[in-house]
Design a protein around this ligand. Structure first.
Ligand SMILES: [Cu+2]
Length: 712
């Protein structure tokens, strides 16, 4: 959909005249902006792990060049099996009950002969056999954890047990928002080094699991404050239960589950608390055409740095240690691990394989390609199959995105070795190039001497993606900025959504059955993968913006001190404004609308918001299978009550950003109303016709007069 640029020049000009604050403010802000601009500043802070203290006497950083590649053999995680059943109170039916326990393990992540690595694992009763074979049930704990395989529309319970004890293996930074397990006072500078850090924050260890991409009741969604510690000695303020119910009332796809504890997600995922979750559909017409069994393998890709004793090398000195002693804006390891093995090899037969790729890294984007230039086919993304199979020679995968990929080795000669490479910069996109000898390599495929088995052709259409109809009269579009909060010397000290802290008042209260337009106007230098809980939804488009000018304008409305100490005055890049500095009306949009790439054009739950762009998504607060015609604002189309429980969150999936504190709450409502009926196709976009019809998000006059007293 082409965006109509709305020019409210005269109105804003009038507002500017009646509001000298805006004139003076904008002038100063624009000049301050040019002085304080640090192009690429944060990109100079890629950690050289060789120079970082390990915190352990006699233990040194492990040089990634000394780790032999392709010695580790890739392992396929086993699959959880139910341990029994549990009665579902609302239906009276017995559902399969899984038990997932979190334990400390020593894992052979480095190649054999190197020391093992202390990790946090998920595990329990698992099956090591492929489905359809004689089961091989064992108790096992792995990092990443065993896979859960669910069936569409078949609900399950998962009981999570936190058996982690002792001090958390990585430093908990007490100066960022977090699960303050002992309700301890927040330390002030000068800060203690780690180790020992702050014992009151290291022990006990809180955890709570989020099923990423799951359409899940909020009391089973792993709200960041629903954490609990071993034996439930401590519980977060939003804790309700240790048993979660997953409805699986969504399309067949690859999800993943991982820890989501407030302010500690980056530590607990780094420690190993993540696993793949597959939803299969018994009526899926595509699945029989695809590789299965041992030819279908989840690949959880993560970067890690290691020490000579095998331990994980995590940040112990923050980027801004006088403000946040142990927090870095992004963690980038210097090795690449797949399914918990550093630089593994996979022996493949001469046939097609299905790889369900999950980017489980804290901050690293991967642009994946094969070293022989061979193409591959992407058939699925986050929340479903793609509309059509997409033939690619490279695939960009942001943290938490999934890619369901088919690689056909049937035409590759036996003995050939193909490396899965990564060409993404760190941070993405404007950061340092990765090292082609280390982080530029992910894993290797070694083609065996087997008879060639050629794949089945796929239909041109895998799934039909609906067209969303934005609901009228509900204040669409919702306008967000992605902001970096900098210290006096231009160092990032936090990353924020809408200029607000996580614990500022809830501003997103979507009504069930409506379709909202969310705009993400990225004012920072890096791409942020944004994830919204509860829903799978659609990426609409992206468009270049004049960031400096829009940022100056946004700051003229809100002030430049972050986080804001007042409700955000939202501004829309589509609305041109009068700029007193030049005496003209300026349009913030600087390029054409770019549709999603074919590999982003299916159901998404995480999408990249590039710097210098507005990214527009459409979120329908309804299950994937709902038809637009059946939706009525305020009438709940979900198979559970999404308005109950502690609520949901949306956040950046760079875990270091999410933790500090690029996350906001979202409370779903069920408000019966006649005002918000879905808009008929072809009718104007709300707010695009005349300024008089614009919702509050468009009305800059009201917003500015409201804010004026605060900015004086
Ligand atoms: Cu981010």
């Amino acid at each position: 959909m082409t965006k109509v640029v709305k020019i409210f020049g005269l109105l804003l000009f009038a507002a500017a005249l009646t509001s000298p604050m805006w004139l003076s403010r904008s002038t100063t802000v624009i000049s301050a902006q040019s002085q304080h601009k640090h192009p690429g500043s944060r990109h100079m802070h890629m950690k050289n792990w060789a120079l970082e203290p390990t915190g352990i006497p006699g233990v040194f950083p492990l040089d990634p060049r000394t780790i032999p590649k392709w010695v580790n053999q890739l392992t396929k995680p086993p699959v959880h099996v139910p341990v029994g059943t549990r009665r579902e109170p609302s239906t009276g039916r017995n559902l399969p009950l899984y038990e997932v326990t979190e334990k400390t393990i020593q894992a052979q992540m480095l190649p054999p002969g190197f020391p093992t690595t202390k990790a946090y694992a998920y595990g329990g009763q698992v099956n090591f056999s492929e489905s359809g074979q004689f089961p091989n049930i064992q108790t096992a704990f792995t990092a990443p954890g065993p896979t859960i395989e669910a069936v569409r529309n078949q609900r399950i319970f998962v009981h999570y047990r936190n058996e982690l004890d002792g001090d958390l293996i990585f430093p908990v930074d007490p100066t960022i928002m977090g699960a303050n397990v002992n309700n301890s006072p927040i330390p002030v500078p000068p800060f203690k080094p780690f180790p020992p850090g702050y014992e009151q924050f290291q022990d006990p260890i809180p955890t709570v699991v989020h099923l990423h991409g799951g359409v899940t009741p909020s009391d089973s969604d792993g709200f960041p404050e629903a954490w609990f510690t071993k034996d439930l000695q401590r519980k977060g303020p939003a804790f309700t239960s240790t048993t979660f119910e997953y409805f699986n009332a969504q399309f067949a796809t690859t999800l993943w589950f991982h820890d989501h504890t407030l302010g500690m997600t980056r530590l607990l995922v780094e420690a190993g608390l993540e696993a793949t979750y597959i939803i299969r559909d018994r009526n899926d017409p595509i699945a029989p055409l695809l590789p299965s069994g041992k030819f279908e393998i989840p690949l959880m890709i993560q970067d890690r740095a290691f020490n000579t004793d095998g331990s994980t090398h995590f940040t112990t000195v923050g980027d801004n240690p006088d403000i946040h002693p142990y927090w870095d804006p992004e963690y980038f390891g210097d090795t690449i691990m797949v399914n918990g093995k550093v630089w593994p090899n996979l022996k493949v037969e001469r046939r097609q394989y299905r790889f369900r790729i999950v980017n489980g890294s804290n901050a690293r984007f991967y642009n994946l390609k094969l070293s022989n230039g061979m193409s591959f086919i992407q058939i699925g993304g986050d929340g479903s199959y793609l509309p059509s199979p997409v033939t690619l020679t490279e695939a960009l995968i942001a943290p938490s995105e999934r890619a369901d990929i088919l690689i056909d080795f049937s035409n590759v000669p036996a003995g050939k070795k193909i490396i899965l490479q990564n060409t993404a910069n760190q941070p993405f996109p404007g950061g340092d190039p990765n090292d082609p000898d280390t982080t530029g390599q992910v894993m290797r495929f070694e083609v065996l001497n087997t008879p060639a088995v050629h794949p089945s052709p796929l239909p041109a259409t895998l799934i039909t993606i609906p067209t969303f109809v934005e609901t009228e009269g509900i204040g669409n579009p919702k306008l967000f900025t992605l902001n970096e909060q900098e210290s006096d010397v231009g160092e990032p000290v936090a990353v924020l959504l809408d200029g607000q802290h996580f614990d500022a008042d809830v501003t997103e209260t979507p009504n069930v059955g409506t379709t909202e337009a969310w705009y993400f106007q990225n004012l920072s230098e890096d791409a942020h993968p944004i994830h919204v809980h509860l829903v799978e939804f659609l990426l609409e488009d992206r468009q270049n913006i004049d960031v400096d000018r829009f940022k100056a304008y946004w700051e003229s409305l809100n002030g430049s001190t972050l986080p804001l100490n007042h409700p955000t005055v939202r501004a829309n890049v589509e609305t041109a404004v009068f700029d007193p500095a030049t005496g003209t009306v300026h349009d913030f949009l600087t390029g054409p609308s770019e549709p999603p790439s074919p590999r982003e054009s299916g159901w998404k739950d995480t999408f990249v918001c590039p710097p210098g762009q507005v990214t527009r998504v459409q979120i329908r607060f309804a299950p994937q299978y709902s038809r637009n015609a059946d939706l009525v604002p305020g009438r709940n189309p979900f198979p559970f009550d999404p308005t109950a429980g502690p609520g949901y969150v949306w956040h950046c999936h760079i875990l270091d950003h999410e933790d500090n504190d690029m996350m906001r709450p979202m409370r779903v409502t069920a408000v019966r109303s006649t005002a918000g009926m879905p808009r008929a196709p072809g009718s104007p976009i709300p707010g695009s016709s005349t300024p008089a019809s614009a919702g509050p998000a468009h009305d800059h006059r009201v917003s500015m007069s409201k804010l004026a007293p605060r900015l004086r």
